[in-house]
Design a protein around this ligand. Structure first.
Ligand code: ADP
Length: 498
């Protein structure tokens, strides 16, 4: 009998990856390729949708070739993707009418201000769970319709299709036969009603977006169709899709209410599973769909930190006080504490729970004895403080303490960071063996639909703990440090506006 794997396509912001997983959740093959970032103007970010497709399919073929796998070795394909990024293409020719507008792109800031001025914020929030912000897809789509040549007319004639990146990949993989979006991705568009699981007609009318161009919203784990046989040498089932952060929550097996994960990457993303009902935040968090399986939807609260591991990158590349990111741990341990130094990495303002675009970065509390070890340690501690702030907001919103806190992402290899995280939150921090939970989560969603894994219990038994970090800090010390952090944050707020 042929050995079977699940193929996970991980379409990120800077690179496309493909990982083949076995039943135990081990990576048996991996290939990765970066693609072009296009910056037409300050604050604008685009990708070429055709390049997204070609790099993604290139790494899929490469990952198979590395272990001499054929399509018969692939049980199903799962997809995870950069969220919110918007693609519009011609349904007949398959040609995009404009580049993909990337989630980071701020070109629709004015349009969002206008929507806010009209007093639509509360309504949008109640329906979509989101704040009105250029980050989400809706205003990007409107921009393309208004600015790509002939797009508005063609869209009214039903000749154009819209999709987030998983929609685009599924459409291409199936040779243009399947036009769907999974609930988790749909919930990032600012057009999707997260309670009724349908496109919101009132929002579509407000933004003048024709419903006929929107994909059909479907669960995150289900057989959407089969790949065109020419792509992988034969047809393969496409069994699931989810946005990257939701896929990571699934990959961390956070299946029940109150289970949370935090990803320490360039930025930081914390999500907590809030079960079968959406929870609306009083603390600046976003309400989103985690995933849909069968008739059931799991909701999540999400908080994002703009600069997390990127602060270490900044110390390395700009300030040049460390040679590589891994060295930050040794440097932090070389001193007993930060000597009163706080590092607030508000380089691009502050995200949840502060939401202040005018805050700016600061290193505070410097004295004559402060050295680069103290500053580096303060940068790592800031990653933990910011996560702590999200944790406090989430606990308040869900009305109880978080049940389990799991971590992943590139910077989660740093033991000092996780020890300090456990101390400052006064709760255990769990690091799994696999910290690449995004692609794993997509594989699980697809494997579940294909019967490769039986149920979520079967998947949860694959989650293997690598290390637990237990808190050991005295209460007084913790409170003193947190007080200093909050005071330091307060002094950075509004800085760019004075
Ligand atoms: P992303 O997927 O967001 O691009 P990764 O998950 O690969 O990022 O994580 C990379 C980030 O983690 C970088 O910002 C880097 O500075 C940081 N990082 C990597 N290793 C360490 C480490 N040992 N300690 C602290 N930060 C680290």
């Amino acid at each position: 009998m042929k050995k079977k794997y699940i193929m996970s396509l991980d379409q990120g912001t800077t690179s496309a990856r493909c990982v083949l997983y076995d039943r135990e959740g081990n990576q048996v093959s991996m290939a990765q390729k970066e693609f072009r970032q296009i910056y037409p103007k300050a604050g604008w970010v685009e990708h070429d949708p055709m390049e997204i497709w070609s790099t993604q399919i290139g790494v899929a073929q490469e990952a198979m070739l590395k272990i001499n796998a054929t399509c018969e070795n692939i049980e199903a394909i799962g997809i995870t993707n950069q969220r919110e990024t918007t693609v519009v293409w011609d349904r007949e020719t398959g040609e995009p009418v404009y580049n993909a507008i990337v989630w980071q792109c701020r070109r629709t800031a004015k349009l969002c201000d206008e929507l806010k001025k009209k007093g639509l914020e509360a309504k949008f929030r109640e329906k979509t769970g989101l704040l009105i912000d250029p980050y989400f897809s809706a205003t990007k789509l409107k921009w393309i319709l208004e600015n790509a040549e002939g797009a508005a007319e063609k869209s009214r004639e039903g000749r154009l299709l819209f999709g987030t990146v998983e929609t685009w990949l599924i459409w291409k993989l199936t040779g243009g036969r399947v036009h769907v979006t999974d609930y988790s991705n749909a919930s990032r568009t600012m057009m999707f009603n997260i309670k009724t699981l349908t496109w919101d007609e009132e929002i579509l009318r407000e933004l003048d977006i024709p419903a006929c161009m929107l994909p059909e919203p479907v669960p995150s784990s289900m057989i959407y169709g089969e790949s065109d046989p020419r792509i992988l040498g034969g047809p393969v089932k496409i069994g699931g899709a989810a946005g990257d952060q939701q896929a990571a929550l699934f990959g961390q097996a956070c299946f029940s209410f109150g289970e949370a994960k935090n990803t320490y990457g360039t930025g930081g993303f914390m999500l907590v599973n809030t079960g079968k009902e959406p929870v609306f935040s009083g603390n600046g968090l976003i309400t989103t769909i985690g995933w849909g399986i069968g008739d059931e939807v799991s909701y999540a609260l999400e908080g994002s930190v703009f600069i997390s591991g990127a602060a270490i990158q900044w110390l390395r590349d700009e300030v040049k006080i460390l040679d590589n990111a891994a060295l930050s741990e040794k440097m932090a341990r070389a001193v007993e504490d930060t000597a009163g130094v706080y590092f607030i990495p508000a380089f691009t303002g502050l995200g949840a729970p502060y939401w202040d675009p005018y805050a700016r970065g600061a290193i505070m509390g410097l004295t004559r004895g402060a050295n680069r070890n103290h500053i580096t340690r303060a940068a790592l501690e800031a990653m933990a403080y910011q996560t702590m702030d999200l944790m406090t907001a989430m606990s308040e919103d869900i009305g109880r303490t978080i049940k389990a806190f799991k971590v992943d992402g590139g910077a989660s290899v740093n033991d000092f960071l996780l020890e300090f995280q456990a101390d400052i939150m006064d709760m255990p921090v769990y690091r799994p063996e696999c910290i690449e939970t995004t692609s794993l989560g997509a594989a699980y969603l697809a494997g579940l639909a294909a019967g490769y894994w039986k149920d979520t219990e079967d998947i949860a038994s694959n989650w293997r703990l690598e290390k637990t970090f237990m808190p050991s800090m005295e209460k007084e010390r913790r409170e003193e440090l947190l007080k200093g952090w909050h005071e330091a944050v307060r002094r950075t707020l509004g800085w760019a506006n004075i």
